[in-house]
Design a binder for this molecule. Structure first.
Ligand code: FCB
Length: 424
């Protein structure tokens, strides 16, 4: 039987402001894209999917997909273009978008921080500085006040581990630092900022539903018998995700983090957001895809069962509803994406973990950070020159799942059965 039922799990799609809006806000990413050689195809977020000017037609597409939920990000630099100066026109634009989503019967899940900072904040040290936590709190206050009850589902911070790793340890993302100590500091500050925002939003909104979007991976030693690989895999897992999830969910900051003076252990989540893309095979200090495994256009290993393992693990450690806040793949030709969606949805639903929502990453092709326009993650394709949205088979398949509250035998036969993965 290929059919699967969504049961209580509701579908959505996810986006991030810098990746879809377009425009010239002064962000760390707009600055970074101007530096030669930083973005694979030399594109910048200025074009992206021009969503800022296409809110109405994009909401029509969301309705055509039949999704109940839409995860969207806010561009902090638009909202607060200079320290303490708020742009009411930008805030009104988001308020208007939220009203339109409401009218369309689609529930927003709003991300407050998704990798992008105002340029002025970056210039004064950004997340390396503890001071930024208070600046973030002020921005969150302004946003929650302005949105009133139009948004009650919130993601405070997206993937603090990836942000810290890429920007502060590996140096491939802004601000391009290469220091483990800096990376640890940044994660600590973002975890602290999450807790502050969690508390603030609850103080302001009785109906608030707040969590973070954690990038989680399954770590495994390349050579199962090799004690060096075993130790490195365990250390990377702790540093990259376990210690951070503990700090953010339970307010317990264990080494390498320091317990912030004003944070007490407690429960700082209403749901767990899991962003899942694949596993990490660890050999000494390196970490990547295994050999002879299914891979996507970027060489990322495809391992659907990992999503089930992580959902079970997180629910056991910190019980509560789970939202898959991102899951998707780079597949420019849409050759295996329907199979990827089927396999991951099935693994998640059969895991036994309480998965209440599943957001596909991404709604459309977009501007994929340092991959620029070269990595295609959309259910819908995008012609960047004309901004035409292309209804891929994956979109048709997803719409069918929404309409039937699951994958029917017919849908499986039509969109999934004949597809297969490429192997590394
Ligand atoms: C995640 C990010 C998201 C997108 C996907 C492919 O790590 O949260 O913005 O880049 O990867």
């Amino acid at each position: 039987m290929a059919a699967i039922s969504l049961a209580g799990c509701e579908l959505g799609v996810a986006t991030a402001a810098t990746q879809i809006e377009g425009g010239n806000a002064d962000t760390n990413w707009h600055r970074w894209a101007k530096l030669p050689g930083q973005v694979a195809d030399n594109t910048s977020p200025t074009r992206a999917a021009d969503h800022w000017n296409r809110v109405d037609s994009d909401i029509e597409l969301l309705q055509r997909l039949g999704v109940k939920h839409y995860r969207m990000g806010l561009e902090w630099a638009r909202i607060e273009p200079a320290p303490g100066v708020y742009d009411t026109a930008a805030i009104d634009h988001y308020v208007d978008e939220l009203k339109k989503l409401k009218a369309a019967g689609i529930k927003p899940l709003v991300t407050l921080h998704h990798f992008s900072n105002p340029g002025w904040l970056e210039s004064t040290g950004g997340w390396l500085k503890a001071h930024t936590i208070g600046v973030f709190e002020r921005y969150v206050h302004r946003v929650v006040e302005a949105f009133e009850d139009l948004a009650t589902d919130w993601i405070t911070v997206n993937e603090p581990n990836v942000y810290a790793l890429k920007g502060f340890i590996e140096g491939e993302w802004p601000p391009g630092r290469k220091s483990l100590a800096d990376g640890v500091k940044v994660m600590e500050h973002l975890a602290y900022a999450h807790i502050i925002a969690y508390k603030l939003i609850h103080d302001m909104q009785p109906a608030a539903n707040v969590g973070a979007a954690h990038h989680l991976r399954v770590f495994r030693p390349a050579q199962a018998w090799n004690p060096v690989d075993q130790a490195s895999s365990a250390a990377q897992e702790w540093l990259f995700q376990s210690a951070l999830v503990r700090a953010m969910s339970a307010g317990k900051f264990l080494p390498p983090f320091k317990q912030p003076k004003y944070i007490r252990p407690g429960r700082y989540y209403d749901f767990h957001g899991i962003n899942y893309y694949g596993p990490s095979e660890v050999h000494f200090l390196s970490n990547g895809a295994g050999k002879g495994v299914p891979v996507n256009d970027l060489g990322w290993e495809i391992y659907p069962q990992g999503l089930a393992e992580l959902a079970k693990r997180i629910h056991k450690a910190y019980p509560g509803p789970i939202y898959i806040t991102e899951n998707g793949t780079a597949d420019a030709n849409d050759s295996f994406r329907p199979l990827f969606i089927f396999d991951h949805l099935k693994a998640a639903l059969e895991s036994g973990a309480p998965i209440a929502r599943f957001y596909h990453w991404c709604f459309t092709d977009n501007w994929e950070w340092t991959e620029g326009e070269s990595a295609r993650f959309g259910l819908l394709g995008l012609d960047y020159d004309t901004q035409e949205r292309v209804w891929r088979d994956s979109a048709a398949f997803y719409a069918d799942i929404s309409a039937n509250n699951g994958v029917t035998e017919d849908a499986y036969t039509r969109w999934v059965a004949s597809r297969s993965y490429r192997y590394s």
